[in-house]
Design a protein around this ligand. Structure first.
Ligand code: ADP
Ligand code: MG
Length: 254
């Protein structure tokens, strides 16, 4: 048996008195696509942010490819590691946000090569060659010299995906990647994500796009109120939910 690429067991997280993650158990195998769905405020973004240690956790264990992203074990105790070391480990985890977060003063190509050159110390021509491949993959080969403000939201989000892939991550995390887009631009981003899923990339996707979940997910996880209520194949979870809370949510979004 291979170990899962992401493994959460008993993960807890609070903000002050508010318990946002209440003992989450969850695993993702290499090559799997997992869609995380649930009402606003249920803890989906916090879960993603804990996976790449943009948030610390208060209990339980969370590993990516066997490593604690933000911690090291000394004896029986997990100690939080230095931010610089967390940054290095985080380079193996690609993240795409609702707001594309491109560097506005850099061209598309400069956005793509910034982290590989600065963080990984890659040679610029190697990073640029990969950048061109990635732009072709997301259908933007003619936009290398454009600035983000010259692109549509859908194009910017495709650049953001290419930028995350430029670090050659082991896994890609998406937090509502199409929620800020005009409806007519959603399809082009979903297409890129579909292609990526088909290429074998391991992905965790927080989304309200149920058609994407249906078509691309191996597993759909329904979260509510800081807990995983149920999970299953898209067929099981979307067509035949077992829990009343899941049914109520799906009746609102489907
Ligand atoms: P979702 O992504 O499912 O909408 P979130 O993970 O963003 O949910 O938020 C879960 C809960 O945690 C919400 O009640 C939110 O207000 C709260 N929360 C998230 N981030 C913070 C923070 N940095 N400080 C305090 N509360 C937070
Ligand atoms: Mg969220």
């Amino acid at each position: 048996m291979s170990t899962p690429l992401v493994r959460a067991s008993g993960v807890r997280k609070s903000f002050g008195h508010l318990e946002v993650l209440k003992s989450i158990d969850f695993s993702v195998d290499e090559g799997q696509v997992v869609c995380l769905i649930g009402p606003s405020g249920s803890g989906k973004s916090t879960m993603l942010r804990c996976i790449n240690h943009l948030e610390s956790i208060d209990g339980g264990e969370l590993t990516v490819d066997g490593d604690h992203v933000g911690y090291e074990r000394r004896g029986d105790i997990l100690h939080e590691i230095k931010e610089s070391e967390a940054c290095r480990r985080r380079t193996e985890i690609g993240m795409v946000f609702q707001q594309f977060n491109l560097f506005p003063h850099m061209t598309v190509m400069e956005n793509l090569i910034e982290a590989p050159v600065r963080v990984k110390k890659e040679k610029k021509d190697i990073a640029m060659a990969r950048g061109r491949d990635l732009l072709r993959r997301v259908g933007l080969e003619t936009k290398a010299e454009s600035y983000p403000r010259q692109l549509s939201g859908g194009q910017q989000q495709r650049v953001a995906i290419a930028r995350a892939l430029a670090m050659q991550p082991k896994i890609m995390l998406f937090d509502e990647p199409t929620s800020a887009l005009d409806p007519e631009l959603v399809g082009e981003v979903i297409q890129v994500m579909d292609d990526l899923a088909r290429s074998g990339m391991t992905m965790i996707v927080v989304t309200h796009e149920m058609e994407f979940a249906r078509a691309a997910a191996d597993v759909v996880v329904f979260m509510a109120d800081g807990q995983i209520v149920e999970q299953g194949t898209p067929e099981e979870l979307l067509n035949n939910p077992q829990q009343e809370r899941t049914r109520a949510f799906l009746s609102r979004v489907l």
